[in-house]
Write a protein that binds this ligand. Structure first.
Ligand code: CP
Length: 302
């Protein structure tokens, strides 16, 4: 696969293959590169986890990482993303990992046959976050034998969330039963094809996985931002300690992070026994190794 930019239309078997390879890396599988391979990480939006864990994945695959700083790059002189990628390709970079505020920034780039560099999407606007999705599926797969009929509740700022979109699509494709909750104005009817919207307190006791979402203050419009009350949100839609007592004993909590502690989730629950938030971060390295390996195999350097 030349690029990995979306989970839209990704077959369930395809996702399971990536999860199995990620698990193999976690268990110690050694990567074998036929020749030196190079990655550049182009982050036009802030990131801690995705950027650092792609860097860690590149190191573990024995790739070299070329330093690219979006804030000092020639993009600021008006250079297009295509010309930036063509430049990186010309100097020998195999894979560009890109986070960009524009939804589907990759659409035209992926159609260009003159572009040989592999593109891995590290998050596009409110579009997709495929590497987060795969690490989330890996974390769920580690816990439960099968996705079939597993009940997963996605809670929060669904409309603005690329994580919600990728996860809802992939969970549906893997056979899970998907539910949504959170402020009704942050739900989008586009998601109805993947699952059902309902009341948090009614749904919670029946769920196997609680997938909390970050309130994305940076994507709220002015009116939404002005009217947002974090304490009220926590009481109405957050995972409070009291609410958490209603969860099944074997249910797990996942959150893509960064976490707004005390908003989406009570701070003490973040490190609690049902939380897998830090395991997700650990799994992110291996999921990203699997994604990069797939692109490197297409280029026959692995
Ligand atoms: N989950 C996630 O994408 O985190 P970062 O924004 O820190 O990369």
């Amino acid at each position: 696969q030349r690029n990995l930019v979306t989970v839209d239309h990704m077959e369930a078997d395809d996702a399971l293959d990536l999860i199995h390879e990620a698990q193999a890396y976690k268990e110690g599988k050694k990567p074998e590169l036929f020749q030196k391979a190079y990655a550049a990480n182009l982050f036009f939006e802030d990131s801690t986890r995705t950027k650092c864990s792609f860097q860690m994945a590149e190191h573990k695959l024995n790739m070299d990482t070329i330093n690219f700083d979006a804030s000092t790059s020639s993009v600021n002189k008006g250079e297009t993303l295509y010309d930036t990628l063509k430049t990186l390709e010309s100097i020998g970079v195999n894979v560009a990992v890109i986070r960009h505020p524009e939804t589907e920034y990759y659409r035209d780039l992926c159609k260009r046959e003159d572009l040989k560099i592999g593109i891995v999407n590290a998050g596009d606007g409110s579009g997709q976050h495929p590497s987060q999705c795969l690490l989330d599926m890996m974390t769920i797969a580690e816990e439960f034998k099968s996705f079939n009929d597993l009940k997963v509740l996605i809670v929060g700022d669904i409309k603005h969330s690329r994580v919600a979109r990728s996860n809802a699509q992939m969970l549906y494709s893997l056979g899970a039963k998907v539910f949504f909750s959170g402020p009704k104005e942050w739900f989008d009817s586009d998601f109805e094809k993947y699952g059902t919207y309902g009341d948090l307190d009614t749904l919670l006791p029946d769920m196997d996985v609680i997938n909390l979402l970050r309130v994305q203050n940076e994507r709220l419009n002015d009116t939404e931002g002005m009217n947002f009350d974090s304490d009220e949100y926590h009481q109405q839609f957050g995972l409070t300690k009291e609410r958490a007592t209603q969860m099944k004993p074997k249910a797990i909590i996942i959150h893509p992070a960064p976490v707004n502690r005390g908003v989406e989730i009570d701070s003490d629950l973040v490190e609690g026994p049902q939380s897998r938030i830090f395991e997700q971060m650990k799994n992110g390295v291996y999921a990203r190794m699997a994604i990069l390996s797939r692109v490197l195999r297409y280029q026959e350097v692995m």
